[in-house]
Design a protein. Structure first.
Length: 293
């Protein structure tokens, strides 16, 4: 009986000691989880970014691991202006921004938002645009059916390549509701759309010149922009954070940083690097002169 009591006492002491040791750790973890994204960034001095891979906006060299692209340069410029560091913490599949942000492993999606997937707007708050990108129809190089008359694409016999649920799907619903959608999964690379048109699996796709130019350069005489009077749509390029208290202060900070880059002329330098003299590729936001009053 004495041995049993001694054993029980030891177990109780061990349990209490374990609680004493783990309680502060668990409490600290819970406190960290309750912090807003803004608080995490300010206290750590690090902006943890999720990124969506997209040609010329955000790309990672598979050999060197080096990042490049318009959004990469812009985010680094914002961080420098705020005296923060950037940690490219997680690649995020297109359409899964909400899920990635809810993990708490990242503070913001720092590339290629717009919103790309309109349905996520109820969960995400978006920064001011850092630029606008016009979307056009693209066809095979030898296909002139839609030149100067894109209404011909509104036909059940015409296949338009789209990514399931993204902005291209919404554009097709608006302008070409009778067309057949050649749908691919959200995780598909945008290059898959381009290749499906080039190889006659689809007739058309919708995207912007900056995204498509690499594919066109590496695959000459395969696809072309359909001759049309104006863009089908103009898509903003933004950051995104979770809606509500979690992201409000962070998106406010990002908005002011964007204004600062725009007003100082730094934004124009970054956009010029990727325009290649083609004004149609990038549509800058007009400067906000209110800060100079």
């Amino acid at each position: 009986m004495k041995k049993t009591k001694l054993l029980l006492t030891c177990c109780m002491i061990a349990g209490i000691a374990g609680f004493v040791l783990t309680a502060p750790i668990e409490a600290k973890a819970e406190t960290e989880a309750r912090k807003s994204a803004y608080e995490r960034v300010i206290q750590s001095g690090v902006l943890k970014c999720g990124y969506i891979s997209w040609p010329n906006f955000m790309e990672k060299d598979p050999n060197t691991g080096q990042f490049s692209g318009l959004d990469y340069d812009y985010t680094n410029a914002i961080a420098e202006s705020l005296d923060l560091k950037v940690e490219w913490a997680m690649e995020v599949s297109a359409g899964l921004s909400v899920e990635a942000l809810k993990t708490g492993k990242i503070d913001a999606i720092c590339t290629a938002e717009g919103p790309l997937f309109p349905s996520t707007t109820k969960y995400l708050a978006y920064s001011e645009p850092i630029g606008y990108f016009p979307f056009f129809l693209y066809a095979r190089q030898d296909d002139a059916r839609f030149d100067h008359d894109i209404s011909k694409a509104n036909d059940v016999n015409i296949k338009i390549a789209v990514v399931d649920g993204d902005i291209s799907t919404e554009i097709v619903k608006t302008f070409f509701p009778q067309a057949t959608r050649h749908t691919m999964a959200q995780m598909a690379s945008p290059a898959q759309m381009y290749m499906d048109v080039a190889t006659n699996k689809a007739d058309l796709f919708i995207d912007g010149p900056l995204s498509v130019e690499t594919f066109m350069r590496e695959n000459p005489n395969k696809i072309k922009m359909v001759k049309q009077q104006k863009p089908l749509a103009v898509i903003p390029n933004t950051f995104s954070v979770l809606r509500g208290e979690e992201g409000r202060d962070l998106v406010d900070m990002l908005n002011q940083a964007i204004k600062n880059l725009r007003n100082s002329g730094k934004e124009a330098q970054i956009l010029a690097k990727y325009s290649h003299g083609k004004e149609i590729s990038l549509l800058p936001v007009a400067p906000d002169y209110s800060d100079f009053k």
